[in-house]
Write a protein that binds this ligand. Structure first.
Ligand code: S3P
Length: 426
């Protein structure tokens, strides 16, 4: 296990190019594996999570070649097969849930394993709909932890499913299984989660319709295979959130973030930070839309989970709350407990270590801010196999009084060059 000591930064200036979006990277690999011919993917996330998905599609019969700045995938529709060994999803919940849907449509037995963090995460949320489509799925305990044993079938049938917890991973697992099923598949979500799968399916020629219904959405997929094409993966907005918070809470900062995905379901954190008083602008850059974050005085706000579906940005926002004046409420945040670590406890513990008064009531938690990052205490943090807790701690340490993060190597699951980029701003 390695430790990283983050020194306080006196001044932060510069531009960060965050890695390719993790969500789009997983899907580009999986969609390409199902397409006849070759697909080129530019900007794939360099993290271990996406590498796990890449290795798995090769085990299942697709071919992958890295060439300069891109990866070439040769798909194997019709020839995908159960692997000889188990499919190692590492730390990646997205890999395990999407691959569960993907292999449900491939005949044979598939065993999905993960690291100790992933093995604790509930897989019943994908097993329930996939079983209803005709797959056999077994896991450990009542919430079906990994190892997951899936018996896939080429004769799945479409379902009409109302996803009980907003989750792009669950929606996507069902849609991947639906590609090879008989009859249409309908997925209803009560809150609109990221639409990366639907969007990419549609670009690849799959018949998929999406209709907004209140705050939610109904997605209808007609079975069919995607076409091979070239993909350009945009920058990951959830990684940009760390630098947006860093720029906002640091007393002397101007941090630019190069081109990122700005889909509405992904940039809820921008509205939250602006409401807190952040000087944060979306700007046109050569290859899309970037962000610029400058030092600001922040004040407390109320953040509901629905504003930032998937709640990936909460660890970063808890640092913003710690620097703000007043009490920030994080409302309906139960899902945080089943991420790579218990981020509900972890976000509170981080703010607590900085010196804030923190408390919880049911699925809500509260952080009484210190008014400025200059009031943060130095602290030690254990990464708990959670990349986002590493990056949140590093942001707090750089903006405040420094920190030491134990188990910091886990940042490589999504952002191997995070510390290089952070230090490049000094
Ligand atoms: C993701 C969905 C989200 C998110 C994760 C990536 C995806 O999880 O937390 O980092 O790519 O579909 P949920 O589907 O559990 O909300």
């Amino acid at each position: 296990m390695s430790s990283e000591t983050v020194r306080p930064a006196s001044r932060l200036r510069g531009t960060v190019r965050v890695p390719g979006d993790k969500s789009a990277s997983h899907r580009a690999l999986l969609v390409s594996a199902l397409a006849e011919g070759t697909s080129r993917i530019v900007g794939l996330s360099p993290g271990d999570d996406v590498r796990a998905t890449a290795v798995i599609i090769e085990q299942l019969g697709a071919t992958l070649n890295a060439a300069g700045d891109h990866v070439v995938v040769t798909g194997a529709p019709g020839a995908l097969h159960a692997a000889n060994g188990s499919l190692d999803c590492g730390n990646s919940g997205t890999t395990m849930r999407l691959v569960a849907g993907f292999v449900s449509g491939i005949d044979g037995e598939h065993v999905l394993v993960g690291d100790p963090s992933l093995s604790k995460r509930p897989m019943d949320r994908v097993a329930v709909p996939l079983r209803a489509m005709g797959a056999t799925i077994e896991g450990v305990g009542g919430r079906l932890g990994a190892p997951l044993r899936i018996v896939g079938s080429t004769s799945l049938h479409g379902i009409d499913y109302d996803v009980p917890i907003p989750s792009a991973q669950v929606k996507s697992a069902i849609l991947f299984a639906g590609l090879g099923a008989s009859g249409p598949t309908v997925v209803r979500e009560r809150v609109r989660t990221r639409n990366v799968t639907e969007h990419m399916f549609s670009l690849a020629g799959v018949a998929v319709e999406s209709v907004d219904v209140g705050a939610g959405r109904r997605v209808t997929l007609h079975p069919g295979l995607p076409r091979a094409r070239d993909w350009r993966v945009p920058g990951d907005p959830s990684q940009a959130a760390f630098f947006a918070v860093l720029g906002a809470v640091h007393p002397d900062a101007e941090v630019s973030i190069a081109s990122i995905d700005v889909a509405p379901e992904r940039i809820g954190f921008v509205s939250v930070l602006r409401r807190m008083g952040a000087d944060l602008s979306l700007v046109d850059v050569a290859d899309g839309t970037g962000l610029v974050s400058r030092s600001a005085r922040l004040s407390a706000t109320r953040i509901h989970a629905e504003e930032i579906p998937s709640v990936d940005e909460v660890p970063a926002l808890s640092v913003a709350a710690a620097a703000a004046t007043g009490v920030t409420s994080f409302v309906s945040m139960g899902e945080l407990r089943v991420k790579e670590s218990d981020r509900f406890a972890g976000s509170m513990a981080l703010a607590g270590a900085l010196g804030c008064r923190v408390w919880a009531e049911g699925d809500d938690f509260f952080i009484e801010g210190l008014g400025a990052a200059s009031e943060f205490r130095p602290f030690d943090q254990s990464a708990s196999l959670d990349h986002r807790m590493v990056m949140a701690a590093a942001v707090a340490g750089a903006a405040g009084a420094g920190c030491t993060i134990h188990g910091s190597e886990t940042v490589a699951t999504s952002y191997p060059s995070f510390f290089v980029h952070l230090n490049g701003l000094r």
